[in-house]
Design a binder for this molecule. Structure first.
Ligand code: ATP
Ligand code: MG
Length: 161
C-alpha cells in the first residue's frame, strides 16, 4: 500500500514533536499501528502523542504492562505494547481488546501479534532506523482512514525542538 507521507527525524525529541503534531489531528476512536523493530522509536512517537493530547506526567513504555491508559488528557489515550502477548486470545481473555473503543485514541506497538483485533480503518505509522540516530517515519492510512494534513507533520528543525 502506498504511503501518504514520509519524513525523517534525527533525534528522539524531533520524533516526539511529530507525535505531538499528529495528536492535534486525532479524534476519539482513532487507532494507530506503530510498526518497526526494537528501538525503532515507536514509544518515543507515542510519548509525543501523549504530550500533544495534554498528558503531562511520565509516559513509560508499556512493554511489561501491555497497556498504559491515560484519562487526564483531552481524549482518553491507550498506549499498548503487545510484544509479550501470545495472540488475540490472550487479549480477549484479559478484556484488553475492549479498551479499543470509539471514545479513546489507541496507539499499538507490536500490533502484528494480534491482527484479528485491529479495525479495518486505522493509520499505520512505520519507523525505520537510517544512519546514526536518523529515523524514517512513514504514514499509511488503511481502509477508510481519513487523509490528514500531512504537511502539518513536517518535523521542526533540531534547533527548534
Ligand atoms: N530520531 C529518533 N527517533 C526516536 N528515537 C530515537 C531517535 N534517535 C535516537 N533515538 C533513541 O532510540 C530509542 C528508541 O526507543 P523506543 O523505546 O522509542 O523504541 P521502540 O520502537 O518503542 O522499541 P520497543 O520495540 O523495544 O518497544 C530511544 O533510546 C531514543 O532515545
Ligand atoms: Mg516501545
Amino acid at each position: 500500500m502506498k504511503e501518504a507521507y514520509r519524513c525523517a527525524t534525527s533525534t528522539a525529541r524531533q520524533t516526539r514533536a511529530v507525535g505531538a503534531m499528529l495528536a492535534g489531528q486525532l479524534r476519539p476512536g482513532d487507532v494507530l499501528l506503530l510498526t518497526g523493530g526494537l528501538g525503532a522509536g515507536k514509544s518515543e512517537l507515542c510519548r509525543g502523542i501523549a504530550r500533544g493530547l495534554g498528558i503531562q506526567g511520565p509516559v513509560p513504555s508499556p512493554s511489561f504492562t501491555i497497556l498504559n491508559r491515560y484519562e487526564e488528557g483531552h481524549v482518553p489515550y491507550n498506549h499498548f505494547d503487545w510484544y509479550r502477548v501470545s495472540g488475540e486470545e490472550e487479549l480477549r481473555e484479559s478484556g484488553l481488546d475492549e479498551m479499543l473503543d470509539r471514545h479513546s485514541i489507541s496507539a499499538i506497538e507490536w500490533h502484528e501479534r494480534a491482527p484479528g483485533l485491529l479495525p479495518a480503518d486505522c493509520l499505520e505509522i512505520s519507523l525505520t532506523p537510517l544512519d546514526g540516530d536518523e529515523r524514517q517515519i512513514s504514514f499509511q492510512p488503511r481502509g477508510a482512514f481519513r487523509a490528514l494534513d500531512w504537511a502539518a507533520l513536517t518535523p521542526p528543525s533540531k534547533e527548534d525542538t
